[in-house]
Design a protein around this ligand. Sequence first.
Ligand SMILES: Cc1cc2nc3c(=O)[nH]c(=O)nc-3n(C[C@H](O)[C@H](O)[C@H](O)COP(=O)(O)O)c2cc1C
Length: 201
Amino acid sequence: MTVTVLGISGSPHRHGNTETLLDSFLEGARAAGATVEKVVLKDLDYAPCRGCNACHKTGECIVKDDAIALFDKILAADCIAVASPIYTMGITAELKGLIDRGQYLWARKFILKTLFFPDEQIKRHKGLFISTAGQNWDHVFDGAFPAITAIFNGTGFEYYDNIIANNMDEFKGIKNHPTALKDAFEKGQKVVGVIETLKTG
Ligand SMILES: Cc1cc2nc3c(=O)[nH]c(=O)nc-3n(C[C@H](O)[C@H](O)[C@H](O)COP(=O)(O)O)c2cc1C
């Protein structure tokens, strides 16, 4: 049973520190036999949430753009790796904009009660957060975690792990980090094995 892994790159900087870390994770997942896809948010066309609350009545978003197809893809994946550098103590505008657009799923869950993720399903679906930051500060990722938790909760994924590397300014890039790329590759391999066992067992 093939495991599908979707990487979502929220950095506007192509092939920078964060996308490179995400790529390592995805290579590990591919090496373990997963079907892997990467979506680059900056190449998609989607608007921010309008806050019109139409979804509270219909469970659908009235804005028909690339965000809808991406949420369909997320809902169909076994594993999602959501990647964003730290921008001003949080996630990038690209990623936050996408997460807000998932409000129609929130409406289905909590207002219309037409969407429910059973515990067993959540356990089989793993979400990872991948991030890099310039500063050498242990808490530099703290501002990002709540929104990441929200997208995993909203789409039925267990918040499985973080792959995070700070101090990029001093390292002068992720390629000079002593362990991060190897760790990401190994985590990619490992999570595929874990999901495989859960799917077949
Ligand atoms: C607009 C902007 C804001 C940033 N804000 C922070 C910050 O608050 N804290 C931090 O540690 N690094 C910050 N950085 C540095 C990036 O997080 C860091 O260089 C990261 O590795 C960039 O990843 P990328 O190559 O994928 O863009 C910021 C960078 C930019 C461009």
